[in-house]
Design a protein around this ligand. Structure first.
Ligand code: PHE
Length: 354
C-alpha cells in the first residue's frame, strides 16, 4: 500500500518537473496551447492521473486526490501566467509593427476645387441677388417651341438659321440642344406673374467649328426683368452695375443697335477694356471695348406668347457669355481650355473651399 502512494508521489513529481521544464520552453501562443493539451486537456497527463485515483484503495484516495489537485492547480496557475505573458508580448510586437513615425512629413492631399465657370456663376448669382434677381435653371435639351417659337422666331423665319442648331433626332417634335438660355424667358414667365426678375446661368450648344473663340458648348447668363414701367434705362443701369461689379467702379458700358427677334429695340453691349483702361490693347484688339453680349426690350410678341398683356407690362432681357467674362478678367485667351479638362489649367483657378 505505502508502495502505491510513494509511486504516485514520484509520478506526480515527475510530471510536475517535466511539465514545468516544458512550459519554460514555450515561446508562442500555439506552443502554449499544445502544452495545455498535453497536461491539462481532456486526455492530458494530469487529467489521466486524476482519473486513475479511482483505482486506489479508499483510504489512500483523499491524500492522493489532494496532491493531484494541488499539482493541477499549480500547473494551471503557471500556464495562465505564461499565457498572459505571451499575449502581452504579442501585443507589444503588434504595436511596434504598427508604430507611426509622427515626425515624417505628411503626404499632400489634393483637394478638388470648383471649376472656373462654376466660380463665375456663383459670383454672378451673388451680384444679381443684390439687384433683386433670382437664379433659375432650365433644361439643356429643349423643344423648338421654347428655343425658337416663343422667342418670336417662327419656323419659316430666316433668323432661325442664325443659331446653328444641334438637332436631337425625334420623330414627332422638334427637339434641340438649346442654342441659348433664352428659352427660359418663356418658361419662367409661364410659371410666374410680374414682377419677374430672374437670371439663368447654363450651358448652350451650337453647331460650330471650334477655334480659340468658338466652342460648340459654352455657358451663358440670361437675364429677364418684366414689370410695369420697365424701360431701357433699367436695362442700361443693370448692365452698367454688372460691369462695375465685375471689372471695377470706373468701367463704362456701351450699347449699340443690334437685332434679335425676341427684343425690340435690340442692342449689343460692351464694357471698356479694364486691361488698357479703354486705350486699346491686344486683349480688346485695339478697340478699347470688350463685347459682353446681346440685350434689349422684350418683344411684345414674346409677352403675348406667354399670356402677358404687352400694354400693361414691359421688360428687358440680356444674354452674355460666361467664358468671355472669365477671359476678360483673367486673360485666358483660348475658349477651348474651359472644357479641355487639363488640370494644370484648372488648378490655377483653385481657391480654398470655405
Ligand atoms: N440669346 C441671345 C444669343 O444667344 C442673346 C440675347 C439674350 C439677346 C437676350 C437679347 C436678349 O445670342
Amino acid at each position: 500500500m505505502a508502495q502505491e502512494v510513494t509511486t504516485l508521489d514520484a509520478e506526480l513529481e515527475a510530471v510536475r518537473a517535466e511539465a514545468l521544464r516544458r512550459l519554460d520552453e514555450v515561446t508562442s501562443v500555439d506552443e502554449a496551447a499544445a502544452w495545455e493539451r498535453d497536461y491539462l486537456g481532456g486526455k492530458g497527463r494530469v487529467t489521466q492521473l486524476l482519473r486513475g485515483l479511482g483505482s486506489l484503495p479508499a483510504e489512500q484516495r483523499p491524500a492522493a486526490g489532494r496532491a493531484t489537485q494541488a499539482l493541477k492547480a499549480e500547473l494551471t496557475e503557471k500556464y495562465d501566467d505564461v499565457g498572459a505573458r505571451l499575449k502581452a508580448a504579442a501585443r507589444q510586437q503588434a504595436l511596434a509593427e504598427d508604430a507611426i513615425d509622427v515626425t515624417l512629413p505628411g503626404r499632400p492631399v489634393i483637394i478638388g476645387a470648383a471649376h472656373p465657370i462654376s466660380q463665375m456663376i456663383d459670383e454672378l448669382i451673388e451680384i444679381f441677388a443684390l439687384l433683386g434677381f433670382q437664379a433659375v435653371f432650365g433644361p439643356e435639351v429643349e423643344t423648338g417651341h421654347y428655343n425658337f417659337d416663343l422667342l418670336n422666331i417662327p419656323s419659316d423665319h430666316p433668323a432661325r438659321d442664325v443659331w446653328d442648331t444641334i438637332i436631337v433626332e425625334s420623330p414627332n417634335e422638334e427637339i434641340v440642344l438649346r442654342t441659348h438660355t433664352s428659352p427660359m424667358q418663356a418658361r419662367t414667365m409661364e410659371r410666374m406673374q410680374p414682377p419677374v426678375r430672374v437670371i439663368v446661368p447654363g450651358r448652350s450648344f451650337r453647331f460650330e467649328a471650334q477655334d480659340a473663340s468658338h466652342e460648340w458648348m459654352f455657358t451663358q447668363l440670361e437675364g429677364l426683368a418684366v414689370d410695369e414701367n420697365i424701360t431701357m434705362a433699367d436695362l442700361k443701369g443693370t448692365l452698367r452695375e454688372l460691369a462695375r461689379q465685375l471689372f471695377g467702379p470706373t468701367r463704362r458700358v456701351r450699347f449699340r443697335c443690334d437685332f434679335f427677334p425676341f427684343v425690340e429695340p435690340g442692342v449689343d453691349f460692351a464694357v471698356d477694356c479694364a486691361i488698357c483702361d479703354g486705350q486699346g490693347c491686344r486683349v480688346c484688339k485695339h478697340t478699347g471695348w470688350l463685347e459682353m453680349g446681346g440685350a434689349g426690350m422684350v418683344h411684345p410678341n414674346v409677352l403675348k406668347g406667354v399670356g402677358y398683356d404687352p400694354e400693361k407690362y414691359t421688360g428687358f432681357a440680356f444674354g452674355l457669355g460666361i467664358e468671355r467674362i472669365i477671359m476678360m478678367k483673367t486673360g485666358v485667351s483660348d475658349l477651348r481650355a474651359f472644357a479641355g479638362n487639363d488640370v494644370r489649367f484648372l488648378r490655377q483657378f483653385a481657391r480654398p473651399i470655405v
